[in-house]
Write a protein that binds this ligand. Structure first.
Ligand code: GDD
Ligand code: MN
Length: 391
């Protein structure tokens, strides 16, 4: 292993000067990018006492190992390896809370954000004129090298107007992932940040009590260096989820609300699929060949249930767990099978608890069935979030 000796100059600088700035890099599969990022930070932040906090969600490509390797060579590099959790927003929050630096920045680790902007941001937030500085992809003078993603730019117009309403601050790019602020502004309110999705800047602006004075810097949004994007382009959806989470998330957790909504849609899908099976596939008074009517019905309903279950699996994978989405043929197949098993257990819970509540406790049938559905869903949710989308 390449073990560069710890640079005396760097340690001395870290020891003699109080820390001025922490740069948080949330990472998921960025092993090939972080070494270069640390080098670029070193160049851009010459003369500033800084540290970088790499918050990695136990990436399969070994990003955390690479971060530790970098940290052995340079004490300004720190690594937080989170186990069993995923999500850009929560990683950014934990990184910002993990440092003693009076000023914190968050940026992408994939070289899409230019570290050369950091000194200007730092000057803005330490000048006393601004509380927060951020880099915008859509301000006058911005540019973007990312091609093939016009939907994101288009969607932003609407989302931005909504965002401005919510935060009361006019920003050309409230979804930006590149910003810096005085840490004290966050300390008291960090627990109010939602940690869902990736609209962390927007969340900070909406959460912090006093209106923040924001400095906007245009940026050139570069193309990603290595690897691929982990975020999807459903800006509007993420945004609405963020709003829900902020306002109602404490009453019914966002993920459970999504899971329940998807489940309710699954009921409609099952009914529709049953109709199609009976009318279009089997036909003729709902009897198939020499099967009896009840066999025909049971086969049709089983097919309909599997269709609905698969529909729920796909939708939960796309929406409810978009931040932990399973990709690729085999992970999807495995997830689907696990989800099917989960649903079977959920069904047992559903029917079993309704039975207990009705027959043994004596609740009215209707109440017992509803309670069974709720308990079955909670069970499905708990199991699938642990076993299907657990990592
Ligand atoms: N810890 C952690 N956990 N980090 C993550 C996760 C996660 O689940 N998902 C993504 N990241 C990290 C990536 O490794 C990268 O450093 C950074 O977050 C941005 O992720 P990308 O996957 O590169 O996002 P993008 O380029 O598609 O999205 C950009 O635009 C968004 C707004 O539309 C980024 O600038 C986002 O920050 C921005 O919100
Ligand atoms: Mn990126």
């Amino acid at each position: 292993m390449d073990m560069t000796p710890i640079s005396l100059e760097k340690t001395a600088m870290a020891a003699e000067r109080p820390l001025e700035l922490a740069v948080v890099l949330p990472t998921y599969n960025e092993r090939k990018n972080i070494g270069g990022m640390v080098e670029r930070l070193d160049k851009a932040l010459a003369g500033i006492a800084w540290e970088v906090v790499i918050v990695d969600d136990n990436s399969p490509d070994g990003t955390a190992d690479e971060a530790r390797r970098l940290a052995l060579a340079d004490p300004r590099v720190r690594c937080i390896q989170r186990i069993g959790r995923r999500g850009l927003a929560s990683a950014a929050i934990e990184g910002m809370c993990s440092t003693a630096a009076p000023v914190v920045a968050v940026m992408d680790a994939d070289h899409q954000h230019d570290p050369e902007l950091l000194p200007q941001m730092l000057a803005a937030v330490t000048s006393g004129d601004y509380d927060l500085a951020y880099a915008s992809r859509f301000a006058e003078g911005s540019s973007t090298e990312e091609w093939g993603r016009p939907d994101r730019v288009k969607a932003s117009g609407f989302a931005n107007r909504l965002a401005n309403k919510v935060t009361g601050v006019e920003l050309s790019d409230p979804m930006s992932g590149y910003f810096m602020l005085r840490a004290e502004l966050l300390r008291g309110d960090a627990h109010k940040l939602s940690g869902v999705g990736f609209k962390i800047l927007l969340d900070i602006l909406a959460t912090v009590e006093q209106p923040l004075r924001v400095k906007e810097l245009p940026m050139n949004f570069a193309a990603r260096a290595e690897g691929e994007s982990k975020l999807d382009q459903t800006v509007i959806f993420e945004f609405l989820i963020g709003l829900y989470d902020k306002w109602l998330g404490r009453i019914i957790p966002t993920r459970f609300a999504l899971f329940g909504t998807v489940g309710a849609m699954g009921v409609v899908v099952q009914l529709g699929a049953l109709w199609v099976m009976l009318h279009l596939v089997f036909g003729e008074r709902f009897v198939y060949g020499n099967w009896s009517e009840s066999t025909t019905f049971n086969v049709a309903n089983t097919v309909a249930a599997v269709v609905a279950m698969s529909f729920n699996f796909v939708l939960n994978n796309e929406l409810t767990y978009s931040d932990k989405r399973l990709r690729g043929f085999f992970p999807l197949l495995k997830g689907w099978a696990q989800f099917a098993l989960t649903c079977a257990l959920g069904l047992l819970t559903n029917v079993g608890s309704a039975y207990v509540l009705k027959t043994m406790i004596g609740l009215p049938a209707f109440v017992a069935v509803i309670a069974g559905i709720v308990l079955g869903s909670v069970w499905n949710f708990a199991l699938s979030s642990k076993f299907v989308w657990g990592k």
